[in-house]
Design a protein around this ligand. Structure first.
Ligand code: DP6
Length: 333
């Protein structure tokens, strides 16, 4: 099944529509996985091996403005600056837009801005592709459901299918070959005391994309065969912990899930490590603080920076231990 088949199935005859307006703008939040998406069963459609669960960072994410232009090529800009057409960033967006040109084929100026530190590995493809499908929906007047938009966003980047909602979002793995049942849905729970701290340790751009890293892990790590069982164990526990407001259980399970993902990467060949000396030092500090009684946990994605997990009541203590910490409350407007 190709991406365009999925687009046609969702849009029907709307795939031929011309834009209803000359421009549209949309925002989508970035999301942090507490149970990670790592490995695909279908690379074309970004269909995962496992379900995953994330928390969206409310006001933090990407605003994408889409404008129809009279040109032969799309124009891509980020944070107000034009991006070279040859760069991967532009190519991924243009390829995605190729699925949605309408008749006669339209060209766009895509202008994305992120209000999160790029260096945190957060101004990622997730909020970007989610904002882009929301902007397309407005521009063409498709009026798709959130679930349909989630499926389309997944075609751009897997984790983007979780960025259509605020709060806790589960991405169901699904079983269908066309991925119509592989999409995000929001959990009803609201947890105002839940905090995420962005711990910036290094601002250099990541060398290896999560896309390549997960593919290599799946192809070469002897530990990868254990991953589905790990997720099957962790995901229900994380959901129970959210319902029961059991923060230590949530933190512990999320941290262990992330560390298992990184352990698999270390065992891939060539080996993959997103750990810097500062990353390890911060982990050891967190483990020590926890031993001393502070309920503080972390998760880590495909970059060296950590996302700290803690409750509002411990916010001051956590802040006093880490400089460079941006504290976010996903459930507080
Ligand atoms: C470590 O969604 O960026 O953040 O589907 O290839 O675009 P593609 O990958 P991507 O991978 C995200 C990996 C992760 C874990 C997660 O967000 O669940």
């Amino acid at each position: 099944v190709k991406k365009i088949d999925v687009v046609r199935a969702i849009l029907g005859e709307r795939v031929h529509w011309a834009p209803k307006k000359s421009g549209a703008q949309a925002f989508a939040p970035t999301n942090i996985a507490l149970c990670k998406y790592w490995g695909k069963r279908d690379q074309e459609l970004n269909l995962p091996i496992n379900s995953s669960l994330s928390v969206s960072l409310a006001g933090k994410g990407t605003v994408t403005a889409l404008n129809v232009i009279a040109d032969t090529q799309d124009l891509v800009s980020f944070n107000g600056k034009p991006v070279e057409p040859g760069l991967k960033f532009s190519r991924r967006i243009v390829e995605f837009l190729d699925l949605f040109r309408g008749l006669p084929a339209v060209r766009f100026h895509v202008d994305s801005s992120a209000n999160i530190p790029l260096a945190a590995g957060l101004a990622s493809s997730a909020s970007g592709f989610a904002a882009l499908v929301l902007a397309l929906d407005q521009l063409y007047g498709w009026q798709l459901s959130q679930s349909e938009l989630s499926i389309l966003a997944r075609l751009g980047s897997g984790s983007a299918c979780r960025s259509l909602w605020n709060g806790f979002v589960e991405w169901q793995v699904g079983t269908q070959a066309d991925g119509m049942d592989s999409r995000g849905s929001r959990l009803p729970e609201v947890w105002p005391e839940f905090c995420v701290g962005l711990l910036l340790l290094n601002t250099a751009e990541k060398a290896l994309s999560s896309r390549e890293a997960m593919e290599r892990t799946k192809a070469t790590s002897a530990l990868y065969s254990l991953w589905p069982a790990k997720v099957s164990a962790d995901l229900p526990v994380i959901k129970e912990a959210i319902v029961a407001r059991d923060f230590p259980l949530l933190g512990k399970t999320a941290e262990s899930n992330a560390l298992t993902m990184h352990a698999m990467m270390l065992s891939a060949w060539p080996p993959i490590s997103y750990f810097l000396p500062e990353t390890i030092a911060a982990m050891q500090k967190i483990w020590q603080l926890r031993q001393d009684g502070l309920p503080l946990y972390f998760t880590q994605d495909a970059g060296p920076n950590l996302k700290l997990l803690f409750l509002q009541k411990d916010s001051d203590s956590v802040r006093s231990c880490f400089t460079n910490l941006e504290v976010l409350q996903p459930f507080v407007a």
